[in-house]
Design a protein around this ligand. Sequence first.
Ligand code: MGD
Ligand code: MGD
Ligand code: MO
Length: 773
Amino acid sequence: MKRKPPETDPVQDAPRVGAPRRSAAGLPAVAHSLRTAQRQMGTRRTALTLLGVNQDGGFDCPGCAWPEPERRHRAEFCENGAKAVAEEATLQRVTPAFFAEHPVADLARRSGYWLGRQGRLTHPMYLAEGADHYEPVGWERALDIVAGELDALDSPDEALFYTSGRTSNEAAFLYQLFARCFGTNNLPDCSNLCHESSGAALTETLGVGKGSVLLEDLHRADLIIVAGQNPGTNHPRMLSALEKAKRGGARIIAVNPLPEAGLERFDNPQTLRGLAGRGTALTDLFLQIRLGGDQALFRELCRRVIEADGGVDEAFVREHTHGYEEFAAAARATDPAEVLRATGLAAADIDRAAELVLASERTVVCWAMGLTQHKHAVPTIREVVNLLLLRGAVGRPGAGVCPVRGHSNVQGDRTMGIVEKPAPALLDAMEGEFGVPMPREHGLDAVNAVRALRDGRAKVFFALGGNFVAASPDTSVTEAAMRRARLTVHVSTKLNRSHCVTGARALILPVLGRTERDVQATGEQFVTVEDSMGMVHASRGRLAPAGGHLLSEPALVCRLARRVLGPDHSVPWEEFEADYAAIRDRIARVVPGFEDFNARVARPGGFTLPHAPRDERRFPTATGKANFTAAPLQYPRLPPGRLLLQTLRSHDQYNTTVYGLDDRYRGITGGRRVVLVHPADADALGLPDGSYADLTGEWDDGVERTAPGFRVVHYPTAPGCAAAYFPETNVLVPLDATADVSNTPASKSVVIRLTPCADPRPAAGGPASDKTV
Ligand SMILES: Nc1nc2c(c(=O)[nH]1)N[C@H]1C(S)=C(S)[C@@H](COP(=O)(O)OP(=O)(O)OC[C@H]3O[C@@H](n4cnc5c(=O)[nH]c(N)nc54)[C@H](O)[C@@H]3O)O[C@H]1N2
Ligand SMILES: Nc1nc2c(c(=O)[nH]1)N[C@H]1C(S)=C(S)[C@@H](COP(=O)(O)OP(=O)(O)OC[C@H]3O[C@@H](n4cnc5c(=O)[nH]c(N)nc54)[C@H](O)[C@@H]3O)O[C@H]1N2
Ligand SMILES: [Mo]
């Protein structure tokens, strides 16, 4: 069976390729961010907006979740933060006139890049059944439509309430409360596609599904291992922390199939040295690992530690851990030859890594999607924990686990109860506080939400932010599933693919972004967020709203709840809408660690949430100790003539939002349909640099999934491994190819074959370009 890719508009995608960069940031990055911002916002607005990012009294950067240092620079943002802000603060507008001009079928042919560039959404819009255009609709009528469809369901579990990680704590708390008062735990979120594997592994082994280090721990570390993460692009402010650690004597090991520029060298634009291009070399040891080889690497490091004299912190292991003997036996049985096969590394490099680990008292391991998006992601992250436990490197200053989160408030959303498998304690607390019975049965995660839509078990899809259709795997399956819904509703700031691939009826509900002033009945409001290290602080928008019809996310949820649950509901929705401090008072009573929330968040910099393993070496697991886990070694096996593809981010995108067509650090400009292949693999496949190929995914359901027309780039990736950007390649990721336990799509290990094809660019006789792009 063949599966055709969904139609998108033929963006003028004409990639040009130069040499990859050897360092990140510096002056070019500053210039680049200001240029992007000015183009979208003009000079005055650029200055006004960017100076408010991550400052006390300002707003939290809507980019990544990296924490702010206590002593902030005047401009505590980075190139990619500036792009995220500009994307939201743009002066372009998508008005009802735009929708009158563009039927949905036309929008569905456009690229995500084009859709995003049309600007901010300004009016609630409704797509009636059978209609071909969205039409403006009043808020009351829009909420009536949602309430009507929800009322008509046979069970509350036929509704899905998705969340993307930009939502504030206040909006997230109200949203999960609403969904549960309505009667379902169907709260899939972007975490399911992202760090779910980290949460699963850490909860089981340490008892808390969050990172155990603070910024100052990074600064004090002896050794920082950065595995499966590209901070130069996705967490640029992390480079400042790495630089500081480095200056304090830390060593850094980068574990990655790609030599990422940001990890090689950092020219800090906030220091003179950096501006002059005399930056800091960051990586001491680069382990160019095969995709999915990390569990084997960490297991081997564990073996070395166990076998070295004095390698194991015996006092810590005795006092605080469980399962050591069983794990040590498994580690001792590791076959070094298999480790070399799984990792593709040289024995000498592993020796060097083991030396650095053994020489370090204070080790931090940082990771992101390179570890979480594999079939064996959970055992891989457990292996990271095993290594740190052996060294007593949890709950010690300068040491610990550091899963680097993605969306700016994805961690906070989870803390607020956006989770499809809620802890009974959370439900008990909400029942006690609000007197409403909470559903106990587990709900659907993101992948299971797609399955439920596909199978007709779910009929209403409601999204608080995000771009579910483009972010989810198996694009054709996901899109077909979405089209089966009775109603799809997107609470959004910008136009995206999910507005174009709809259920029988659809709504777009426009809201305020982080950068905008939020005024309610009791006056100006602020919201709060939690960063990757469990710090909670306030975020206050400064700009005038993008239009007069926008609601804030908390206000929208309150109005919807009142409409669906009735005006006499026991939750005071009206009071919450008028005064967000009233929401925080309830959070303080329901969510552990938020006691006295309003007072503590009023302090500059906010406050840090408690973390038992970090603060007191207490491990709230099933055994009451930190758990070693001895899983069998796993790594992807590749049939001959095939490559293992990872789907990743370019420097010019934020998940499904494409800012531009360049991937500066990797030397690629002007296009996104590129596939990075090791020269030896490309030669063996008869694919010269600059030739074109179709990518076809192979999976055991026998369905062939094809993404056509990618320019082949000979690139120094690990042999046998390829890389291409998502969301273009999500069509290749099978819905059923997910991580064990966490059910996160395995989008970093897709088996593909490359078939040579003709150059699809217009100049080469390919399809005509779209004049409007
Ligand atoms: N500018 C910008 N910032 C962002 C985002 C964005 O899109 N743009 N997205 C945000 C979000 S939601 C997230 S989750 C984070 C994502 O941050 P990252 O995880 O850095 O994002 P990816 O681009 O997916 O990069 C994965 C990295 O892991 C490596 N890798 C892939 N597979 C493996 C493997 O098997 N082993 C090892 N050791 N390495 C591997 C890749 O080569 C790449 O360097 O960034 C957040 N910040
Ligand atoms: N193949 C592949 N797929 C992946 C990944 C991968 O590495 N490879 N990464 C996965 C990861 S880590 C993640 S986190 C997901 C991301 O999945 P999502 O979070 O669903 O996707 P985004 O692209 O971040 O969502 C962008 C949209 O959010 C809306 N938006 C932006 N700001 C706001 C706001 O303040 N309020 C509201 N209401 N809406 C707003 C805009 O309309 C914008 O179009 O994608 C996943 N998909
Ligand atoms: Mo993410």
